[in-house]
Unconditional design. Sequence first.
Length: 423
Amino acid sequence: MVIRNLKGVTDFDPAVMNLRNRITDTLRRNFELYGFQPLDTAQLNYRDLLTYKYGESAEIVKEIYSLVDQGERDLGLRFDLTVPFCKYIALNRSLKLPFKRYEIGKVFRNGPVKAGRLREFVQCDVDVVGDGSRQIEVELLELAINCYLQLGITPEIEIGNRQLLVGLLTNLGVTANHDAIIGVLDKIKKVTPAETLAELGKYLPTATAQTLLQQVQLDLPTLAKLLPENTGVTAVQELWTELTALNLVKYCRFNPALARGLNVYTGTVWEVFDGNHRYTSSLGGGGRYDNIITNFINNGNAYPAVGMSFGLEPITALLADNQTNSNPTRLLIVPMNTTVVCHNLANQLRAAGIATMLWTAKPKVGKALEYAAATQIRFVTVIGDNEVNSSQIIVKDLVGNTITTFTLSDTKNLIKYLTTANR
C-alpha cells in the first residue's frame, strides 16, 4: 500500500488551518452582521436532484462524483451549495420570505486540478430568496467589499448583466445560440481577440462577430444610448447610482462581457479579483438567478434569488504569503510543581479571550521554550515556588526578546499586555 492523497484533495496543517479559520471566522461574522442565518445542507443527494439545474449535457454535471448505495439508488456528492439550497426551500414552504442564509461547507468536483482549484473544497455562500430588489444586490456587494477589506484584500469587482448581452445579440438580429455566444464572450479575457472571433464564427457571420466584440468593450453611457430600453443596462445604471452614493464604486468596474459562464443567471452578475493584481484568478463571485428556485418548486409563485460565493481556496492562497504568526495560542505557561496555580491563571486568561496553553509534558524549561519557538507561541512564562511566593511572574516575548514582570494576583495588566502587543 502506498500512503498518499488522491489528486485534487489535500490535508491542511495547523498553520494553514489557522489562516483558513481566520478567513471563515471573518466571513461568518460579517454574514451574521448582515442578517444571514446559518444553514447546513446534506453533502449526499439523489443524483437527479443534482443534475436538475443544468441537465446531463452540462460540463459541471460531468464533474459529479456519482455512486450507488446498497439500496441501488443513484446518488451523488454535491458540487455546489446552490442546488441543496433550492431543495431546502422546496421542502420548507412555510419559510418566511425573504430568507437570508449562509453556508460554509465542503463540495466535490471531479474536474481539472490547478492552483486554487481542488476536487474537494469548501464553499462559503450567502443567498437571499424572495427579494427581487436592486437594494439587496447592493447589500451583497457591500458585504463582499467589507469582507475582503477586513481580510487585507483590496477588491476589484467586475460587474455585468446577462440581459445586457442578450440585448446586444437581439439588437444585432441574432435569435439563436445565445447561451453559447455569451459563453464565448465570458472568456475573452483568457484568450486573444483572434481566438474569440474564431469561436464566435461558429455561430455568427464575421461582420456580426466583429461588431459584437467591439460592443462588449463599450462603456456604460455608450451602451445606454445603444440599448435605451434594455433592462440589463437599466439594472447596472441603478446599481452604479447606489454604489456611488455609498462610496463603494471605487471598488467596482463595469465589464459588459461578464456572464459568469452559467446560463442560470438572469440579471446582474459579478466577480471579485485582487485589486493589487497579486493573484489573477477570481476570489469570488455571484449574481441574480430568479428562475432556479421558481422553476424547481413550480407552484405558480415566483422565488427571486441572488447570492454569491467567496472562494476560500484562492483567498487562502493569496493570503498565505503574508501570514506572520499563525498560531492563535498567545501564551505558554510552564508550571514547576505549581500546577493548580497555573491552571487558575490559565483559566482566568481564557475567560478573557486569551488563547493559553498549559505545558503538561515533562517540566523541562528548555523543551518548553523550544516548543514555543517552533510552534510560534510568542509569549512564555515559567511559574515555580519563587513566583508564587513573590506573587510575581516574568513573561518572555520570544519575538521581541524582552521580559516583562506582572503581579500574579492581578491579571488585568497581563491581559492588557497580551491583548495589545503587536501580533
